[in-house]
Write a new protein. Structure first.
Length: 275
């Protein structure tokens, strides 16, 4: 009886032990399954993070390319600005030269006008003397020639000859002065034409200057816009770099979690083997 009771107790204890072992194995298997699921989830997260990293790297490359293009555009705009500034300087020099020419021509015109006035005064004086001698002295001596005696004929002839000589001299001087006046008038016309041409050139140069100034303003606006775009791109680059750092930190954390889960899996497998 006593031995039968002992055997029954041993059997029940062995059955309980095996039942406990089976329950532990089931728990360990469930833990293994959970850990495997966690590993799969972590692997999926790692893949997603890697994809995000690739996308961010592509965005960084695109932004770098855009920055390079913007820098090239800035260089081109700076070169254009230099060229436009040189053109402006040249146009300003031309304007100064034209203004000097205009001043010189105006002075010449004033001198010619003064000469014309002087010549006109001379003409008036000559005409006055000519008509004076002609209307008074000639007729006076002509009348005196017919009224006086024969003794004074010689004197009248001499006086008439003197009057004729004076009239001839006055006529020659008047013709020369008229010719000089005509020449001066021609010179005035030429100078006026030159002045008109210079004024037209000045107007054209002023128009060119206005156009160049407008182009400079447009280029400056473009430069400002490009600088703003560069600043925005730099800010985007900084943000992308920060995101990359955060993603790298997340990747490191996920890798640590994967290592811990792998260690737990190894421990559970060892426990299952030992059991």
């Amino acid at each position: 009886m006593h031995t039968g009771v002992k055997q029954h107790a041993l059997i029940t204890s062995v059955e309980g032990y095996f039942n406990n072992v089976l329950s532990l194995k089931l728990l360990l298997l469930l833990l293994l399954l959970l850990l495997l699921l966690l590993l799969l989830l972590l692997l999926l997260l790692l893949l997603l993070l890697l994809l995000l990293l690739l996308l961010l790297l592509l965005l960084l490359l695109l932004l770098l390319l855009l920055l390079l293009l913007l820098l090239l555009l800035l260089l081109l705009l700076l070169l254009l600005l230099r060229l436009l500034l040189l053109l402006l300087l040249l146009l300003l020099l031309l304007l100064l030269l034209l203004l000097l020419l205009l001043l010189v021509l105006l002075l010449q015109l004033l001198l010619l006008l003064l000469l014309l006035l002087l010549l006109l005064l001379l003409l008036l004086l000559l005409l006055y003397y000519y008509y004076y001698y002609y209307y008074y002295y000639y007729y006076y001596y002509y009348y005196y020639y017919y009224t006086t005696t024969t003794t004074t004929t010689t004197t009248t002839t001499t006086t008439t000859t003197t009057t004729t000589t004076t009239t001839t001299t006055t006529t020659t001087t008047t013709t020369t002065t008229i010719l000089l006046l005509l020449l001066l008038l021609l010179l005035l016309l030429l100078l006026l034409l030159l002045l008109l041409l210079l004024l037209l050139l000045l107007l054209l140069l002023l128009l060119l200057l206005l156009l160049l100034l407008l182009l400079l303003l447009l280029l400056l606006l473009l430069l400002l816009l490009l600088l703003l775009l560069l600043l925005l791109l730099l800010l985007l680059l900084l943000l992308l770099l920060l995101l990359l750092l955060l993603l790298l930190l997340l990747l490191l954390l996920l890798l640590l979690l994967l290592l811990l889960l792998l260690l737990l899996l190894l421990l559970l497998l060892l426990l299952l083997l030992l059991l």
